[in-house]
Design a protein around this ligand. Structure first.
Ligand code: ZN
Ligand code: ZN
Length: 370
């Protein structure tokens, strides 16, 4: 191979505060990478498009919940790629030239594992996340286990391929964990891509959806939510979600949203501890709270209120192969309109793509890798 290949590498974990003027390059660098020898069951692939996840930016700015990631590490777990070479061993139906997206989480696949024995690698205690436990999709080449390969359905573009993993997390959370129903009033807290994907998927299921954001989100992410026809609520410590529901929230037809200031389901995508603390006060008795975010600290919950309202708080971690298939079909049929949510960058703009994501200037940064 004559061309030098590069990757976006986590190096340090100093805490960087968004909009503080400190560059993400204090913790990261685009570096030349070497292709390791392929081991049994591994393949070499050329990355096509790689998306920046909230977990990637969190790790890049040194948030405590990603301290565990070893540095140096080429990150990236949301990508499409083309198979270049098969290593030793059996690769099933994976062939050179195949276009795929990888399962972000690879389980131990031991028979005795309670998660892997039911094909839920996302819940395996020993799962390995590509881009965190091993080098990932922000390298121009990537070596991975062929067990991770999910072939893209015909008709899906490589750009859409980079969105399959995040969308699969939402389909798992909403359709499998929360059993969302038509006619429900749903609040999505947080208007990053996971929040807005949740809003789209909830609406597709027949729910009425309101999305919250903060002042920083007003011109880009909340505006996008509004353009897409969702109710939008800009919240602050002085004007909380709970206060706004109490004061009355209305949909585009002027019909009241929620009942007595309570909704049926709240989907927590902000990762802000106080938001989850507040959430149990805005969901109706026997309603659901679905937690998709992770937190840099413990979250205080009024457990007595939880008991007295018979609320269900459900965590939802990652996704598995079946969720990937659902996500791909949602994009193929246009139920999830990926084109409204992708901001494309070239490889030489990779650091800028991270900066823009950290400062909430885009929706989903997707980087053309080669
Ligand atoms: Zn992710
Ligand atoms: Zn396992």
């Amino acid at each position: 191979m004559t061309k030098k290949i590069h990757g976006f590498c986590l190096q340090k974990k100093e805490r960087i505060y968004p909009n503080s003027g400190v560059s993400v390059t204090n913790n990261t660098a685009v570096v030349p990478i070497e292709i390791p020898q392929l081991k049994e069951g591994e393949i070499l692939a050329k990355t096509l498009y790689t998306g920046i996840c909230g977990s990637d930016t969190s790790a890049a700015i040194g948030k405590a919940n990603f301290d565990w990631v070893e540095r140096p590490r080429i990150i990236g777990h949301e990508f499409s790629a083309e198979v270049l070479e098969l290593g030793p061993g059996d690769h099933g139906d994976v062939k050179v030239g195949d276009i795929f997206t990888p399962l972000a989480m690879l389980g131990c696949q031991k028979e005795a594992c309670p998660a892997c024995s039911v094909s839920k690698w996302n819940l395996c205690a020993e799962k390995e996340i590509i881009g965190f436990h091993r080098n990932g999709g922000f390298g121009q080449r990537v070596v991975l286990e062929s067990d991770r390969v999910v072939h893209l359905l015909d008709g899906l573009s490589p750009v859409q391929g980079a969105l399959v993993e995040p969308l699969s997390i939402i389909t798992n959370a909403l359709y499998t964990k929360c059993n969302i129903k038509p006619g429900q009033d749903v609040v999505v807290t947080g208007c990053g891509i996971i929040g807005l994907m949740s809003a789209e998927v909830a609406r597709a299921a027949g729910a009425r959806v309101a999305v919250t954001g903060i002042a920083q989100d007003r011109n880009i992410r909340l505006k996008k939510a509004k353009d897409r026809g969702f109710i939008t609520l800009e919240v602050s410590p002085e004007n909380t979600l709970r206060q706004q529901l109490k004061a009355g929230v209305f949909d585009a037809n002027g019909v009241a949203f929620g009942q007595q200031a309570k909704v049926d389901l709240l989907i927590e995508c902000s990762g802000v501890a106080d938001v989850l603390t507040e959430a149990i006060g805005v969901v109706r008795p026997e309603g659901d709270i679905c937690v998709i975010a992770t937190y840099g600290q413990d979250v205080a919950i009024n457990a007595t209120h939880l008991t007295r309202t018979s609320l269900n708080i459900k965590g939802s971690m990652g996704s598995c192969r079946t969720d990937y298939l659902v996500a791909m079909k949602l994009m193929l049929t246009g139920v999830f309109p990926a084109e409204h949510y992708t901001d494309q960058y070239n490889f030489n703009e990779l650091t800028q793509a991270f900066e823009d994501s950290i400062t909430a200037k885009n929706m989903k940064a997707v980087v053309k890798m080669n």
